[in-house]
Design a binder for this molecule. Structure first.
Ligand SMILES: C[S@@+](CC[C@H](N)C(=O)[O-])C[C@H]1O[C@@H](n2cnc3c(N)ncnc32)[C@H](O)[C@@H]1O
Length: 268
């Protein structure tokens, strides 16, 4: 597991940095430390500045900052020109002009998929158990909420997202029957492809922070007991079925596959 330090670059944010240090149990960077000493002691720093929170390698040559930026040009482009309900993820979930489901995303990560589904009108509950990832996602949602006065569409999308910092198994076990979601979505970490150059450096970093999601087959079993209509599992195209369970059908793209477990007919 990685060693992390909190680097507060703006003295006005020191209360926030102290709170993060308390919540996450990481030290705050001693400003008198040399770059070499910092690099030898810590692999990553959680940088807090006027851009929000980001996770950066202390060796800046390794890769760039990891952050959630829902107002970024890439997100805005996908929101406006990404194919809407024609996207594979939308078809797998079953979102349409007639059906805007409630979706629980059991593996929120940095919220990329959750944000896409919220932008298509789904009411999303995002669950993330890793505290660092949860903080990054929470920060991204918070900044998107603050930007809502300038971008009302972004505001209504994040208004459909509820973030929960918890283990999803626990969440599903404690879920009251009348709060069962229409759809449950899972995107566990892919098994690490050690020699593949295709795994982006940021993804490798994410892997080293989160580890592998070895309990995801158990999570699928719980999801199948709780979803009203469907459970959708995102896999890499060549991965085996999660837990060896055969889905009802799959939607296969270039690198990603959505395995759909259809439990009941969607409302029309
Ligand atoms: C591959 S990432 C998901 C990426 C996400 N779909 C996105 O679009 O950004 C998997 C994430 O699920 C989280 N996770 C895995 N199992 C979980 C569980 N049982 N409860 C909560 N979070 C979990 C991991 O911590 C990790 O952040």
């Amino acid at each position: 597991m990685s060693t992390i330090v909190i680097n507060c670059k703006d003295s006005q944010l020191s209360d926030h940095a102290n709170q993060l240090a308390k919540d996450l149990g990481y030290p705050i960077l001693d400003g008198s430390l040399s770059v070499e000493a910092k690099q030898s002691m810590f692999q990553y720093e959680l940088v807090l500045d006027d851009q929000g929170l980001s996770l950066c390698p202390t060796n800046t040559k390794l890769h760039g900052a990891i952050r959630c930026d829902f107002g970024s040009a890439a997100n805005t482009h996908r929101r406006k020109h990404g194919g809407g309900n024609g996207q594979a993820i939308a078809k797998a979930i079953g979102v349409s002009g007639r059906f805007s489901p409630t979706v629980v995303d059991l593996t929120a990560g940095l919220g990329v998929d959750g944000f896409v589904l919220a932008s298509l009108g789904c009411s999303m509950t995002l669950i993330e158990r890793n505290k660092v990832v949860h903080c990054l996602l929470n920060d991204g949602l918070e900044r998107a909420r603050q930007a809502a006065s300038m971008d009302t569409a972004l505001g209504s999308i994040v208004g459909r997202i509820n973030l929960v910092g918890q283990d999803s198994s626990e969440f599903l076990i404690l879920l009251p029957p009348k709060e069962r979601p229409d759809i449950v979505y899972l995107d566990p970490m892919f098994p690490e492809r050690k020699k593949s150059a295709k795994v982006k450096k940021e993804m490798q970093a994410f892997h080293s922070i989160v580890g592998s999601d070895d309990d995801s087959a158990d999570l699928l079993a719980l999801a199948l007991a709780q979803a009203k209509y469907r459970v959708v599992v995102k896999r890499s195209v060549s991965a085996e079925w999660l837990g060896g369970l055969k889905p009802s059908y799959s939607l296969t793209g270039k690198s990603t596959r959505f395995d759909v477990f259809a439990l009941n007919k969607l409302p029309s």
